[in-house]
Ligand binder design. Structure first.
Ligand code: MN
Length: 239
């Protein structure tokens, strides 16, 4: 079977020379390659008649990490540490809904996890430390990305539990926002010790799953590689 075609949402950045660029961190690309997929970039500036053509041809969509979702999309509480990425919101929120409607396999990571919740009607803490009482430190950006930051408890009977194969795991943590109100159609699949949701899935979908941590930086852990493999396999079945 040919490798399933996996679109990865990309960021708009400026290079050191000041040129606009479209960028995906290599860890996402490598994780998809190692799992048997053929990765392709989804530029955030693409208009709807562009991304709809892409979505039609893709076998799966990976919603990658990045900065914060615009507060207007979920009536979020303003906070000085919020850094928005509006060009990505404009593409990713409708793209996620379209992928769900088309029953396309999708995997969300960090920002992608939050995009999935907001696109389907959920809300976010805009700065966990100031808004969730007794919150753990979830923002470990000053440490190497593979640093194990906290444990998660995985809910029995979920697709995530079946993939990860253990009820308790250590994960990295590179986020300052998190799910406040869960979208009505979503099921929470994993929790941090402070009660914050770290995994979500759509129960009746072919494969629509997202995690708040960064499994692409934890590929030395077999179960994190398996997460990408199962996503790519689902994409292959829907090709
Ligand atoms: Mn966390």
């Amino acid at each position: 079977m040919p490798r399933p075609l996996i679109g990865i949402t990309a960021r708009h950045v400026n290079t050191e020379d000041g040129f606009p660029a479209t960028r995906i961190l290599r860890a996402y690309v490598t994780a998809v390659e190692e799992a048997g997929g053929a990765p392709i970039l989804i530029p955030p500036e693409l208009p709807e008649d562009g991304w709809r053509v892409l979505l039609d041809r893709l076998d799966g969509v990976l919603f990658s990490g990045g900065a914060d979702i615009g507060l207007e999309h979920f009536n979020g509480e303003p906070h000085p540490s919020v850094e928005e990425e509006p060009v990505r919101d404009a593409l990713e929120l409708p793209l996620l809904r379209a992928a769900v409607d088309a029953d396309k396999p999708l995997l969300g990571i960090c920002r992608g996890f939050q995009v999935m919740n907001v696109a389907l009607g959920g809300t976010l803490y805009t700065h966990i430390l100031d808004q969730l009482p007794n919150a753990l430190q979830h923002d470990w950006h000053d440490k190497p990305r593979e640093t194990l930051a906290h444990s998660i408890r995985v809910e029995e009977g979920t697709r995530l539990a079946e993939i990860l194969g253990a009820p308790l795991l250590q994960v990295n943590s590179l986020h300052h926002q998190g799910i406040k109100g869960l979208a009505p159609s979503l099921k929470a699949t994993a929790y941090a010790p402070d009660g914050l949701i770290e995994g979500i899935e759509l129960p009746d979908h072919k494969f629509a799953l997202a995690v708040q941590w960064h499994p692409e930086w934890m590929r030395s852990h077999e179960e994190m590689g398996r997460l990408f493999e199962r996503f790519v396999e689902a994409a292959g079945r829907s090709a």
